[in-house]
Ligand binder design. Structure first.
Ligand code: NAD
Length: 498
């Protein structure tokens, strides 16, 4: 049975609040341990450790900081088997998908190994008489990250890599549903040579989050999770004077034009709609075939594929996807399907009563496929975050384009077509942050930035890539005169470059 405390000051410490969250194996429903939920006092203790460690770490030259990350990469590779099994046992995603989860985070660490180059400033010789001007990037100090359950490897890595590479000390508050991998990552960073206190993992719930948002020493907060909490974190954090980026939920559409390769589109929808049980912020949850002919053909091809999806425990290598993360979440997703039926959508494939023999206690649900969903229905408006795909039929391209543009979320979107004109028009006009052309899950690689628009994101800068450096540093600009002895007398008019 796991019994997670916190990772503070370079070591694992026992939680002292007396509050815990139970950890349950989603594949079996059996309890598998507990995680401590931090009090404000425990968060304060982590911040004190971070504050003490940060100046020394910032003064460590960037090549040495990069070497810690390089060693960290070796250690993750060494332990990938154990990390991915741990991840899938807590989250419920299949082991190959858990490897992908960690690997995506590894790619962010690889990018920030370039920190000596990435953090370089600018220099202008002779900006004025004997005057040079230069800019430099300096770390913010102590920063915090609050992360969701659905990528417990990738997202903590995407957050901590730039924060640490830039010379900050970091508080990571992972999801209380799957804290195992973030705790192991902190230990591996210590083994890689990170000084104690530079990374602290504080497990917890709202109490720990509120303590982070109110703590005056914490200068920036990076959040990823659902939209209501993202908005709350952004509002409270910025009101307290912090730099905040908060990424929220999604409703990702895939437009299928009449000229699309239908088999390719069906493969894409099955993988992007049902992979990881639909618990991805970039999952496709709405398919928009354009024109009745392609809509009928699409649903006809999709239905048998959804019916034959293989659902298994997380450690079944042949499963397409595993259980949902908790019983409560599975029941909530089932509730959405009930609601869709009530509101008049046609449930073509009903996975609500799926049971896995031998795993009756697990949080499984079969794939569900709705046809004739309309934009006023709850299942269209709200994020379901489960293995449920809605087909919304559009009569023409303009109607199809209006759907993602008028939706409150704007995380990802895709178009499947063989026509370059249509693809170009779509990528230009669609009001969404990440766009795929014949690519269903257009998640940018680590050296680009990731971020949705509208109510999928609060704050100005994107996640990872060059924006990671911008978010975790502040710019200082220096104007200097050498030789210093030039005497010009007192200047009362603002100097210009006339
Ligand atoms: P969540 O919002 O429930 O939790 C996210 C974090 O907030 C966790 O660390 C949690 O402990 C904390 N939290 C939960 N309730 C809180 C409260 N009332 N006050 C303060 N903090 C609270 O999200 P989740 O269920 O863990 O993750 C799924 C959601 O995350 C989905 O909506 C998904 O779309 C979204 N997500 C978005 C992105 C993105 O990049 N846009 C990426 C991954 C996941």
């Amino acid at each position: 049975m796991a019994d997670y405390g916190h990772f503070i000051g370079g070591k694992i410490v026992v939680g002292t609040s007396g509050r815990f969250a139970e950890l349950v194996n989603p594949s079996t429903g059996a309890p598998q341990g507990r995680v401590a939920l931090a009090s404000r006092a425990e968060l304060n203790q982590a911040v004190e450790n971070a504050r003490a460690a940060q100046p020394g770490w910032a003064a460590t030259n960037p090549q040495r900081r990069a070497r810690v990350l390089l060693k960290f990469l070796d250690l993750i590779a060494r332990d990938m088997g154990a990390l991915s099994s741990l991840l899938s046992s807590e989250h419920g995603k299949t082991i190959p998908d858990a490897v992908g989860d960690i690997q995506r985070g590894v790619e962010a660490v690889e990018f920030y190994c370039g920190i000596p180059h990435l953090m370089k400033g600018e220099f202008t010789e002779g900006a004025g008489p004997a005057i040079d001007m230069y800019s430099m990037r300096q770390p913010l100090g102590v920063v915090a990250s609050i992360t969701p359950f659905n990528f417990p490897g990738m997202i903590p890595l995407q957050k901590l890599a730039p924060a640490i590479a830039c010379g900050n000390a970091c508080i990571l508050k992972p999801s209380e549903r799957d804290p195992g991998v973030p705790m192991r990552l902190a230990e591996l960073l210590m083994e890689a040579g990170l000084p104690a206190g530079v990374l602290n993992v504080v497990n917890g719930d709202k109490e720990a989050v509120d303590a982070i948002l109110d703590h005056p020493t914490i200068k920036a907060v990076g959040f990823i999770g659902s939209t209501p909490i993202a908005e709350y974190v952004f509002t409270r954090g910025t009101a307290n004077g912090k730099r905040v980026q908060a990424f929220g939920g999604a409703k990702n559409h895939m437009i299928i034009m009449p000229d699309a390769d239908l088999d390719q589109a069906v493969d894409a929808l099955v993988g992007a709609g049902y992979g990881s049980a639909g618990e991805r912020c970039m999952a496709i949850s709405v398919a928009v075939p354009v024109g009745q002919k392609i809509a009928d053909a699409l649903v006809e091809k999709l239905a048998p594929r959804v019916e034959s999806l293989k659902i298994g425990p997380a450690n079944d290598p042949s499963a397409d996807f595993g259980p949902m993360v908790t019983r409560a979440h599975r029941d909530k997703v089932r509730g959405y399907v009930d609601q869709g039926v009530k509101e008049g959508a046609k449930l073509v494939v009903d996975g609500r009563d799926f049971r896995l023999q031998g795993y009756e206690g697990g949080f499984y649900m079969g794939g569900c496929l709705f046809d004739h969903v309309t934009s006023d229905m709850t299942i269209y408006k709200e994020e379901i975050f489960g293995p449920v795909l809605s087909v919304v039929r559009a009569k023409d391209y303009d109607e199809a384009l209006r759907l993602p543009n008028e939706h409150e979320y704007g995380n990802g979107v895709a178009i499947f077509t063989r026509d370059g004109d249509t693809a170009r028009d779509f990528t230009s006009k669609v009001d969404v942050g990440m766009v795929g052309v014949n690519v269903p899950i257009p998640v940018p690689l680590a050296y680009y930035t990731f971020g949705g628009w509208k109510r999928s994101s609060f704050g100005d800068l994107n996640n990872h890539g060059p924006d990671g450096i911008r978010f975790y540093t502040k710019t200082k600009t220096v104007t200097s005169r050498w030789p210093s002895g030039t005497k010009e007398g007192a200047e009362f008019v603002i100097p210009t470059m006339k």
